[in-house]
Write a protein that binds this ligand. Structure first.
Ligand SMILES: [Zn+2]
Length: 63
């Protein structure tokens, strides 16, 4: 029995901007909150876009 867990729940929220998909620049301290979670954004522009429609970027977490 051998299992690989490569595809198990990859959380792309940390480390990457959910809006544009780029890596968060070192030292960038731009965050936005949605659904009781904090997300890091790469730029103020992305933060604005994220806050306007967070579900669009992080998926609909509501059931
Ligand atoms: Zn971005």
């Amino acid at each position: 029995m051998s299992e690989t867990v490569d595809n198990a729940l990859v959380d792309t929220v940390e480390g990457r901007c959910p809006v544009c998909g780029r890596e968060i620049p070192e030292g960038a301290d731009i965050t936005a909150e949605h659904d009781a979670q904090s997300y890091r954004l790469c730029s103020p522009e992305c933060r604005t876009a994220f806050l306007e429609a967070p579900v669009r970027y992080v998926g609909n977490t509501a059931s």
